[in-house]
Design a protein around this ligand. Structure first.
Ligand code: C2O
Ligand code: CU
Length: 488
């Protein structure tokens, strides 16, 4: 039941992105003193030209009227102060995905704050300890608010950024559009909640379907990829190019090529919520065209963009080793003394028999379906109206960890579906796959679990508070695949 992508059949566009300034400023001199940076975001209805000027605009919900919302930028160690105003017809909050911040600033309605009512404001203020590529989005009814257009990038610059010609951002979003350019309704439909999530038919880069993305021969681009889709997992193949991963979820990795699929294609796999920074060397020739293809879903391969070389090169191609980013100072989990806890994800179609506890009641799949719930975490069905600030009594945490504890979560995906699992307030290492130790052990804040897979993650529970732990396919989250972990 994956709707076919209809881009370029449904609505045609020839939008091109202008060539950005060719020279990226060389790294600044001495490290600037930490600063406070003020931003104001208003979430409100707007119209967006997702499919080009010659097609009808789409009514969306947007931050400051643009899709994606403005990129928020700070330097590592700065403090961000972001005043959020709610101009929507319903409650909202903003979550700062991947940032290690104080619990009260995490933006989870009922759990960490009272939701922001229509017409009201809330000011978030937090320091950004780690450099990297992050993003922000509402955490209230996310399965509708995010795919209506509420999402944006949050970039924390290194004190000494690597030398590249351009630092570029692709915020990738997925829309289910009707023929007249309207967003299809039916958010939270049972079919989407219980299967792969609400997959759309139009994928945009920075709020536009793009035909062409300009490159100049010889240049090196740092490309920050953000998967802001509510459900779509991406597997991006840069044809004729050899992108190098330099960071995942904002955290630097030893530069390496993306993993290959069975057909030998190197693909950057990015599930909802995840980010990847890649170094993209323009090794092609002036005038050359090559495409970026997303081939994650079988029989649903499509061209995301064409890389088009300008007629004139920037310089003779001569690329040194890929840039290396300095690691952030993250607390290193010690596996030899870590406590091990089990987390089992269950439910969904073809998931076999399971039961779930919702509001203290044990229910079978048929009874859960009546309540629009399909998934469990350790037998619990997550509901989003529970918490200290909640309309309903606080649900029990999935786990309580002692502050400072080193721990391993042994996660089991007992379902027939993919789930990108996200933990708030912490960054974890991915340490084992199906019982086998991994090397390298990447730092992540969101990690994709394939069907029936087991994955271990390890972290130091050093940030006190109640932290959401959920699937980032937002329909799965809504359908019950969420809970919280208490660090006390
Ligand atoms: Cu990106 Cu709990 O969210
Ligand atoms: Cu999921």
């Amino acid at each position: 039941m994956v709707p076919r992508l209809t881009r370029r059949r449904l609505l045609r566009t020839a939008a091109t992105l202008p060539l950005a300034s060719a020279a990226w400023p060389t790294p600044g001199p001495a490290r600037a003193a930490p600063a406070r940076r003020d931003y104001a975001l208003t979430a409100k209805p707007a119209r967006a030209r997702l499919v080009g000027e010659n097609n009808p605009a789409t009514p969306v919900w947007a931050f400051n009227g643009t899709v994606p919302g403005p990129a928020i930028r700070a330097r590592q160690g700065d403090t961000l102060r972001i005043a959020v105003e709610n101009g929507l017809p319903e409650e909202t909050t903003v979550h700062w995905h991947g940032i290690r911040l104080p619990n009260a600033m995490d933006g989870v309605p009922h759990l960490t704050q009272k939701p922001i009512a229509p017409g009201e404001r809330f000011t978030y203020e937090f320091a950004v300890p780690d450099a990297g590529t992050y993003w922000y989005h509402p955490h209230a009814r996310s399965f509708e608010q995010v795919p209506r257009g509420l999402h944006g990038a949050l970039i924390v610059e290194e004190a000494e950024p690597p030398a590249v010609d351009r630092d570029e951002l692709w915020v990738i979003a997925d829309w289910r559009l009707e023929r007249d350019g309207q967003l299809a309704g039916g958010f939270g439909a049972a079919m989407d909640l219980s299967h792969a999530g609400r997959l759309g038919n139009t994928v945009t880069v920075n709020g536009r379907e793009i035909e062409e993305w300009r490159l100049r021969a010889g240049e090196r681009v740092r490309l920050r990829l953000v998967n802001a889709c509510s459900a779509r997992i991406l597997a991006l193949e840069f044809k004729d190019h050899r992108p190098v991963l330099i960071a995942l979820d904002g955290q630097p990795v030893e530069p390496r090529e993306p993993p290959k699929d069975e057909a030998g294609r190197a693909r950057v796999v990015l599930s909802p919520g995840e980010r990847a920074d890649i170094a993209l060397d323009a090794t092609g020739k002036p005038g050359q065209r090559s495409s970026v293809v997303d081939s994650f879903y079988r029989n649903d391969e499509y061209r995301l963009a064409d890389l088009v070389y300008a007629a004139r090169p920037l310089r003779e191609p001569a690329f040194g080793p890929p840039p290396r980013l300095k690691p952030n100072a993250l607390p290193e989990p010690d596996l030899t003394r870590a406590e091990r806890r089990q987390i089992a994800f269950a439910g969904g179609m073809m998931g076999g028999a399971f039961q779930g506890v919702l509001d203290g009641e044990t229910l079978d799949p048929r009874a859960l379906l009546q309540k629009g719930k399909f998934w469990t975490v350790n037998g619990q069905v997550g509901a989003d109206h529970h918490g200290r600030h909640g309309a309903a009594p606080a649900a029990a945490p999935l786990l309580t960890l002692k502050r400072g504890a080193h721990c391993v979560l042994e996660m089991a995906n007992d379902t027939a579906w993919h789930h990108p699992i996200h933990l708030h307030g912490h960054v974890f290492r991915v340490t084992a796959l199906n019982g086998k130790a991994l090397d390298p052990r990447d730092w992540r804040d969101t990690v994709l679990m394939n069907p029936r897979e087991r994955l271990d993650i390890a972290f130091v529970a050093d940030n006190p508070g109640d932290w959401m732990f959920h699937c980032h396919i937002l329909d799965h989250q809504q359908g019950g695949m969420m809970g919280h972990i208490r660090v006390a």
